[in-house]
Design a protein around this ligand. Structure first.
Ligand code: DX5
Ligand code: ZN
Length: 229
């Protein structure tokens, strides 16, 4: 078993110094860079689109993970892939043709995931779970960084992990929202293996680099502990 993937979310970074901020998490050992794409419709906030993603692509070798918080997300999949993303998640609540979108993403050699809002039950994924590369479980309501972790998410992760393991599906579980060094070990133990963290990394009391190092260390420790069981 390899340690969980640590994916800093640039939503909480200083966008005027974005290349430096990304360099800092890269130095800390980040595995993936999480990019929150928001349209002001699906969520009340607006962030970045394909041109900014293409610029980010040029300043890092990290794989890019695009979390699409937009209505009818399939419209932007091709453009984002051309901009250089490697993982894409779409919200089940925003896509009427989820199966087709997943197939299309994967046909381009990109990993496909489906995101669930806190109010959306796991069974909404029943028909597509066998095909997914990952499930993004939102542990805050999407739209903003720095919100408080919703505790019932832990049980949702345990249930999803059980379903994935018992059916021998390959999907990873990505957790997004309110994650920090205080709840990370518990989330890993529940079965999350892709960890998104925005404010805990970019607004850390130390530095983004050290914050990632600390999270990597917790993930390594957790993996070693699980292997000893
Ligand atoms: C929220 C975004 C998250 C956000 C998480 O809608 O999907 O990726 O950056 O931020 P934190 O880690 O601060 O909760
Ligand atoms: Zn996100």
């Amino acid at each position: 078993m390899s340690p969980a993937i640590i994916a800093p979310s640039i939503l909480s970074a200083d966008f005027a110094r974005l290349a430096d901020e990304i360099g800092s998490v890269e130095k800390g050992g980040a595995d993936l860079l999480h990019l929150d794409i928001m349209d002001g419709h699906f969520v009340p906030n607006i962030t970045i689109g394909p041109p900014v993603v293409a610029s980010i692509r040029k300043c890092t070798t990290l794989p890019l993970d695009a979390h699409l918080m937009i209505e009818d997300p399939a419209r932007y999949v091709d453009e984002l892939i051309r901009a250089g993303v490697n993982w894409i998640s779409v919200h089940v609540e925003a896509d009427h043709h989820l199966h087709r979108t997943i197939q299309h993403i994967q046909s381009q050699g990109v990993r496909a995931g489906v995101a669930l809002n806190p109010a959306t039950p796991i069974h909404a994924l029943e028909e597509v779970l066998p095909n997914l590369d990952f499930v993004l479980v939102m542990s805050v309501n999407p739209g903003f960084g720095g919100q408080q972790f919703i505790p019932s998410t832990l049980q949702k992760i345990r249930k999803l992990r059980e379903e994935i393991t018992s059916n021998r599906y390959r999907a990873r579980i990505e957790i997004d929202g309110g994650v920090d060094t205080g709840n990370l070990a518990e989330l890993l133990a529940a079965g999350a293996d892709m960890i998104v963290a925005g404010s805990a990394v970019f607004k850390s009391r130390t530095s983004p680099c050290e914050a990632v190092q600390e999270m990597k260390e917790i993930a390594r420790f957790q993996t070693a502990a699980t292997e000893r069981l």
